[in-house]
Design a protein around this ligand. Sequence first.
Ligand code: SAM
Length: 248
Amino acid sequence: MSAATPIIPYDDLNLGKKEQVKKMFNTIAGRYDFMNRLLTMRIDVLWRRKAVNLMKKYPHDTILDIATGTGDFAIEFMKLAPSKITGIDIAEKMLEIGREKVKQKGLSAKIELLEADSENLPFADNSFDIASSAFGVRNFENLNKGLSEMCRVLKPGGRVLILEASEPSKGLFRKPYKVFMTKICPTIGGVFSENKAYDYLNKSVAAFPSGKKFEAELIKAGFTNTQSIPLTLGVTTIYIAKKEEAGK
Ligand SMILES: C[S@@+](CC[C@H](N)C(=O)[O-])C[C@H]1O[C@@H](n2cnc3c(N)ncnc32)[C@H](O)[C@@H]1O
């Protein structure tokens, strides 16, 4: 497999990565939240909470959550009491579950979830204080386009906040982590959801840039002041970067 070969969920389908990812998330939507809680033992909730808390010190009145899925990151942002949170995703079934959660929590006036593509955002330049994505960017067909769009719609001085799965680089934990990702995750996924989705999870995390390599992608897309914060022995990383003010 060449370095440029995209990691896709269904090797046997003649569809591009975006269509495959959309199909996969539409298929697993009903079990998505349950599987997240099961496979991470609810630590994914704490990762989102930590990431959102880090945004308190930055402007946060308007927030765009990209690849929002079932809306957990968008809902977590309510802690910052913004005026408006917009979530976008390509998978309508994920959004349906997200909208129901938003409605149940009485947040429909504050959180809007829309079907849209991260690589072609339907928003004007300089619109949001924060552009976020939790476990979304790894799934983009064109990473640079997705990150550049996040930069375009941010106000100058705004922040991008990305939470993404990563591999622990070294140490005793790496081996059990690899066994978990390559064997246990797809097996549990096969029992409760779709095996291919959790095989894709393992392969896509292994192939995705993390740490300084991902910071380089953020810089390429137009951001400055990049930082990465590894969580839980490096199995997830928070990235924060700034859209520079004009003239700086
Ligand atoms: C692993 S889920 C993450 C959902 C949610 N952010 C969370 O924290 O649980 C990845 C999501 O990315 C979405 N996605 C992938 N490519 C996308 C794109 N080009 N534009 C918008 N959403 C996309 C998928 O449909 C899916 O809902």
